[in-house]
Design a protein around this ligand. Structure first.
Ligand SMILES: Cc1cc2nc3c(=O)[nH]c(=O)nc-3n(C[C@H](O)[C@H](O)[C@H](O)COP(=O)(O)O)c2cc1C
Length: 185
């Protein structure tokens, strides 16, 4: 397998730890993974972990010296872009077309001929909030594909919808989007 270029954007959720498992699996399966972490994501997972898993520098800052056009370059490099976990805040920002940080600018520069996958993770009330419901509808209408969140006990201790999909399902969805055969089992 030659592997695909996967742009993996992490946003601020406890589920960042599960995203690290998905990143590890994608790398082990021969994909080239480059990560972008929002300021909030960096409160949940460190650059050392992301860099160690991908062997690539983590992009975090829209205005980083020497990386001024990363928001265009990374968007063009990616065969598939994945936001995982996708916070409520991020879904709402994306649907509003905001680009005031690296993740936002990247997503504004997204090439819609290539897949954009969103893996939500949030409290059930956040998932049901009218703003989030409307944003999900808008993002779907633009062509974004959702990796469905699961139901059950969320990290905050409440029952309902909003748990991040399992890492194996995230890998399968990414590979399906890039045309790679799904992992066995
Ligand atoms: C302990 C903790 C856990 C959080 N978990 C989530 C979560 O799972 N989903 C979510 O949408 N927001 C969660 N938040 C809130 C987001 O981190 C916050 O809205 C942040 O602004 C998201 O920013 P970003 O979208 O730029 O990454 C959490 C906040 C804290 C303090």
């Amino acid at each position: 397998m030659s592997g695909s270029n996967i742009l993996f954007i992490l946003t601020g959720s406890i589920a960042c730890y599960k995203a690290c498992d998905a990143i590890s699996r994608l790398v082990q399966r021969g994909h080239r993974v480059r990560t972008v972490a929002t300021a909030s994501a960096l409160r949940f997972v460190g650059t050392a972990t992301l860099e160690g898993l991908t062997r690539e520098q983590v992009a975090t800052d829209l205005f980083a010296e020497g990386h001024a056009l990363d928001h265009i370059g990374l968007a063009r490099w990616a065969d598939v872009t994945l936001v995982c976990p996708a916070s409520a805040d991020r879904l709402n920002r994306m649907a509003a077309g905001l680009g005031d940080d690296l993740a936002g600018a990247l997503l504004l520069a997204h090439d819609w001929t290539r897949p954009l996958l969103l893996a939500p993770a949030m409290n059930p009330s956040m998932w049901r909030h009218p703003a989030t419901v409307a944003s999900v509808r808008t993002l779907r209408s633009w062509g974004a594909r959702f990796i469905e969140s699961g139901s059950g006990r969320t990290a905050c201790g409440e029952e309902g919808e909003g748990r991040l999909a399992e890492p194996a399902d995230i890998v399968a969805a990414v590979e399906a989007a890039t045309g790679v055969a799904p992992p066995p089992g």
